[in-house]
Structure formats: structure tokens, C-alpha cells
Write a protein that binds this ligand. Sequence first.
Ligand code: FAD
Length: 452
Amino acid sequence: MATFDYELFVIGGGSGGVRAARVAAQTGAKVGLAEESRMGGTCVIRGCVPKKLMVFASEFSDMFEDAQSYGWDLDVGTFNWSKFRPKLHAELDRLEGIYRSILSNNDVAIHDARATLKNPHTVSLSDGTEVTAKHILIATGCYPVVPGTPGAEHGISSNELFLLDEFPKKMLIVGGGYIASEFAGIMNGLGVEVDQFYRGEQILRGFDDEARTIVAEDMVKRGVNLRLGVNVEELQKRDGGVWVKDTEGGEQLYDQVLFATGRRANTDGLGLEQVGVEIGSKGEVVVDEYSQTSVPSIYAIGDVTNRVQLTPVAIREGMAFVETVFHGNPTPVDHELIPSAVFTQPEFGTIGLTEEQAAAQEPIEVYSTSFKPMHHAFAGREDRVLMKLIVSKATRVVLGCHIVADHAGEMIQLAGIVVKLGATKEQFDQTCAVHPTMAEELVTMKEPTRTT
Ligand code: FAD
């Protein structure tokens, strides 16, 4: 029988890779992991964590305004990036340290190097060494894609945003997905003049139409200059900024242009094709329900497989992989009914089918209420809240739940449990309301707003 240096070698120290390495090592297996950049990956270093800290920072502008409406005398200043940035990076350094200790405390051998595949059981490392492993796990994530627009190299991606030396006064954000829309809210909240261009009809494509319309309208009320059906045509470096010509012929000078126009699997140059691993049309690693690739000793999890690109999903895929391979208990990954949040301002939480998807599938009842909540009404804010349930007429099961409100992410985590359990509308209604809250509407909507 062949002997290997490791039972498992993980390529990529992000959310999925670190979790899989740790839990595999806890079974007593000898595990190694290669990370070419910083431990923690996208989520910790250049994604969820720094973004959410910037969301927190940006929310103070509304809070300061509201505080004054609630009777506070305040002398409000402006956001100071040079104060915030070192604190942000100190926190990311701290978290990176925790990720490293999680691995070393569990006897995972860390290789600070880029890894490529040599054959189905051998990995070459950029420090010149080679290691062999019984199983290899690809967890290399994605990278941001910048379009081929002339002069696009003068823009930045979300990776660079957290590292800016100078904080912009005026910024263009290109894209309409959740990352673009979140950054539009963040930068607007921090006092930046923000234009957002999206070439489509409405931002947040794929989410519930009613919900994304409310999010977009409220973003505009808060000051984001959202221009739909518009794209960048050309960029030039000029006068210390970036000159942009748009597809409607307009011209503007910005301090920064952020492209949040999609992400692509990190598979280039990994050697996957040479060893026979099937790659999909978007560069993703093709896997089966157990995350196994077309080469039996090689598995892949997380963003690189382009299934559902979220941190908790990458983690669950890592856990299911270990359960399958190291506990001998074949465990497919459950990708059904995943709750998620978009940290736009207003925040948006969602699970299950959109109204449009459900209506295309079967007859439904829609329970939807949009209102000005108590907190905002008193503060004189215009933002509305949306509480929405999509119900199957045949089974009464709640097929989807969509919430636009402050803390919608927290709410959807809890509502998500109920929807995942397959609760019916009547079971929602059996639950007593918590008053006065916004979420009580989820259990008090008596008549359908629409039926199909
Ligand atoms: P990653 O975390 O990307 O880790 C991959 C790692 O592999 C990287 O560290 C990389 O350096 C390393 N690597 C790549 N190639 C090699 C190689 N050849 N050798 C060695 N190392 C290599 N998700 C949420 O759930 N909630 C959010 O709010 C959220 N916000 C986000 C905000 C932004 C701006 C971005 C960009 C993403 C966000 N995400 C969010 C998505 C989330 O970050 C990813 O889904 C998650 O990080 C995927 O984990 P992963 O392990 O698949 O890959």
C-alpha cells in the first residue's frame, strides 16, 4: 500500500479549507494545508468581516441623525478613515492569528506557499517542496473580475477597498449585485458622494422583486445616486482621479471607481486539467453531491465550486466532506433553503423562493406588508420596512420569507429555522406576536395581499 506524507492536504486557508482541515485533523488524520496569502481567506481578510465592520461604521450617520430626533444634543463630526483603518486591520490581524492557532492547535501542518497539483496524489509548493496526500481538497475560493472596459485598470476591486491610503470624497461603484450594493450603502453612510451604475433594470437580480425595489428606493432616499441601465464605457487617469465616460455619454471625475462586477473561481494555473479534474464553463471545479471531483482522490468545496458562494455554505461543505471521507458516512451537502442577508442600507434578509419563482411553480398566496416602523416614523425617516411571506395554496407551507428592515439579517436567521422546518402559514399564525416589534407582522398578516 502506498504511503503518503498526509492523509489530507488542503489547498486554501479560507472558510471552507480551514474548517475541513481542523475537523479532519480531529479524527486523528495527518493533515497539511497550504495558503498562498493570508490565513482566513476572503471572508476574514477581504470579505464578510471587514465589510461588516465598515457597515457598522457607516450606520452611525443614521444613528447620529436619529439621536437628534430623539432629543439628543449632538455635535456630529465626520468619518475619519485614518483612525478607522488601523483599527480595522488590527482586528483582521487578530482574527488571522486565531485561524492560524486553530490549525496549529489541532496539529495541522501549515505551508505558507502557493500549491499546484502535480498528479492525483502530489502537490507542488512554491517553496520548491512537494508533498503527497491520500486525499487532496481544493478550497481556493474566487477572485473579483474586472470587465474589459478600456481603462478598467484604473478602478479597484473590493480587495483593494479595505487597503486605501486616501479615503475618497466621490466614488463610482459599478455593479448591481449584493457586494456592489452593500459598498454603495457603506460609502454613502461614511459621507462619500456615491454614484452606482448598474447595466440591468434593477439591482440585486435574482432576489424577490418587491424586496429589491424597496431596497433600491431606500438607498436612493439615503443619497446613493443609483443609475440603472447605465454602464462605464471608458476610464482614464486624470487630475489625480479617474475620469469616467458612461454609456449615456455623461462624463465625471471620481476619486475612486470600484468594480463589483462578479467573481471567478480560483482555478487558473492550479494544474487541475492536467491531472484530469473537470472544470466547468465558469472556471469552477465540477463536483458531485459529496464534493468529489472527476478524479477520485481530489475533492473541492466552497466558492471554487460555484454552488452557493457564502461562508456558512463553504463551512458546511467542508464538514460534509470530512463526514463522508473520514467518518465513512456519505453525507451530501444540503443546499436547500439557505437563509442569507444582504447588508445594504436598508438591510435585507431572505430565505426560500421569491414571489416570482414560487408563482412560476404553483398557485400561491402572498402576504406582504410595507410600512414605516415606529423607530423611523418618530425619527422622521422615510425608510419603509417589508415583511413578506410566500405561501403554497396547496400545502399552506411557507415557501419564502423576505424581510427588509434594520437587523433583517438577525431576523431571517430565526425565521429561517421555521421555514426550513417546513412550517405552514397557520403555524406562523399560531405564534403569539412580540409587541411592539417590526417582525410581529410575520405572525399577524391575516389576508393575502395577492394570490395567483
Ligand atoms: P476563500 O475564503 O476565498 O479562501 C480561499 C483561499 O485559498 C484564499 O485565502 C486564497 O489565498 C487561497 N488560495 C487560492 N489559491 C491558492 C493556491 N493555489 N495555493 C494556496 N492557497 C491558495 N459570505 C457570507 O456568507 N456573508 C457575507 O456577508 C459575505 N460578504 C462578502 C463580502 C465580500 C466583499 C466578498 C468578496 C465575499 C463575501 N462573502 C460573504 C463570500 C465569502 O467570503 C465566501 O463565500 C467565502 O470566503 C468562501 O470560502 P472559501 O473557503 O471557499 O474560499
